[in-house]
Each structure stands twice: as C-alpha cells, then as structure tokens.
Design a binder for this molecule. Structure first.
Ligand code: DGL
Length: 271
C-alpha cells in the first residue's frame, strides 16, 4: 500500500481526459495535476523545447512526492517518455503504447487512423508501435494542429470548431474503421469527431486506455491507495486559473481546487 498521490502532466487541459478516467476507474486514488497552458500548444514546438518543458513539469510533480507519474500528453510521451522513465525511480507511464494496443484490438479490417499534434505525427511513433505489435496493420496518420488550441480556448461547441474538425478529418473519411485520438485534448472534441467520421468508426481514447495500465502497475508494485482515505485532488496550471477551472469542472463534473504555479519562480498561489 502507498497512499501518496499519482502525478499527471500535460501541456494544458488535455490530460484531464485521463484524470476523468482515473476518477471513474480508480476513485480512491489521489491526483496531483499540472497543465502548462501558458505554453500550450506543445505540438508545433521543437523537440528540445518540449523535452525541457516536460522535465520542468516532472520536477514540479516530484516536489509533491508522487508515487507514479502519468505523462498524459502524447506529444511529450513521443519526445521524452523513454528518457524520463529511465531516469526516475518511480513508475512513469506514457499514453502511446496503451492507445496502440487498443486500436489493434478494435480494428476489424486492419485500417487504423491516428490523429495527433504535428510533433506526435512527425515522430511517427504510433505507426512504429502499432506495426511492431502487429505488422499487418495499415496506419494512416494525420496532423491536426488546430484541435488542441480549440480545446484550450474552450470553444469545443462552437460552429468554428465543427467546421475545422470537419475539414481537417475529410481525408480520413471512409478509409479507416478505427481512429486513435492521439492527443489527450481530442476526447473533448469526440462528439464532433464521431459525427464527422460516422458511427461505424471506433474512436480510441489513448488516455482511457492508459488508466487500465495504471491499475495494472499499482497492483503489480502493490502501491494502491487505501480505500478508507478521502481523496484531496490538487490541480495546478501555469496560466489563468479561471479558464482552467471552468473547463476542468465541466469535464470532471465536480468542484475542484486549482492553483496557479509559476514554474520559473516555483511559486504557487491558491485561488
Ligand atoms: N495534449 C497533448 C497531446 O496529447 C498536446 C497538445 C498540445 O499541446 O499541442 O499531445
């Protein structure tokens, strides 16, 4: 047993899609979340910068004495998961392998689509992992640079969002039976994505799949949290608290405490 919290990080609000799943699947676990909305999106940034920002978030989580870290961001996972995993003595999970194996299980015709940020798609990591696990698959990847900014600015129900999703996904329509949402921001857009792709296409939420792996690791290392304790989740953002809180509360369906953190000064302000 280990009653310490689990740390989650993302470039912004996207990792909340993973946290929502954690709260559903493992409600007795406690969460420390940091979203770097001040510097989102990460997707168009160079790899070195993504790596250094992600390390700053990891180091922040380590000051909170977390027992495990979930890199709830595909872009950061693509660039720096291996390195972080090697260097830390606690378990570190990324979101890409779980999403890849779920896609393989789901497809009937072997045609898998992957959508993600420019960096995730450029890294070609989903194709590599999927083909490594199952060489017969055909993977079609598509970069969707406009999706994460729509989510960060909480415009997910706007008509502009619908138009952008419709136009961006047009090349994939009718070509795949399974679509990996290879960015943790995208489940917030999944009603529109499903509508555009059609009901027969199965959407894979990489974050939700990751929580199944969190559960396996907690059991394997015997570091589950006591079911008798109450959870006091803490959320941190590098940008404005109000917008983060609005998106988070709507998505998580509960009232939460959010604090602003300045990573350069290591200052926290409760709001
Ligand atoms: N949520 C992130 C991901 O899963 C990144 C979005 C971004 O900052 O570009 O890739």
């Amino acid at each position: 047993m280990d009653n310490r919290p689990i740390g989650f990080l993302d470039s912004g609000v996207g990792g909340l899609t993973v946290v929502r799943e954690l709260m559903r699947q493992l409600p007795h676990e406690e969460v420390i979340y940091i979203g770097d909305s001040a510097r989102a999106p990460y997707g168009p940034r160079p790899a070195e910068q993504i790596a250094s920002y992600t390390w700053e978030l990891v180091n922040f989580l380590l000051t909170k004495d977390v027992k495990m870290i979930v890199i709830a961001c595909n872009t950061a996972t693509a660039v720096v998961w291996e390195e972080i995993k090697e260097k830390l003595s606690i378990p570190v999970l990324g979101v890409i392998l779980p999403g890849s194996s779920a896609a393989i299980k789901s497809t009937r015709n072997g045609k898998i689509g992957v959508i993600g940020t420019p960096m995730t798609i450029k890294s070609d990591i989903y194709r590599q992992k999927i083909e490594m696990l199952s060489p017969d698959m055909t993977v079609t990847s598509l970069s969707c640079p406009k999706f994460a900014p729509i989510v960060e600015s909480n415009e997910i129900t706007s008509s502009v969002a619908k138009k952008i999703v419709y136009e961006t996904l047009a090349p994939l329509k009718g070509k795949v039976d399974t679509l990996v949402l290879g960015c943790t921001h995208y489940p917030l857009l999944s009603p529109i994505i499903q509508n555009v792709m059609g009901p027969e296409v199965k959407l894979i939420d990489s974050g939700a799949e990751t929580v199944r792996d969190v559960s396996v690791l907690l059991n394997y290392f015997q570091i589950n949290r006591s079911r008798e304790l109450e959870s006091k989740h803490q959320f941190f953002t590098t940008a404005g608290v109000a917008s983060f809180k609005e998106i988070a509360q709507e998505w998580l369906g509960s009232t939460i405490t959010v604090s602003h953190v300045d990573l350069e000064k290591s200052e926290e302000n409760d709001v």
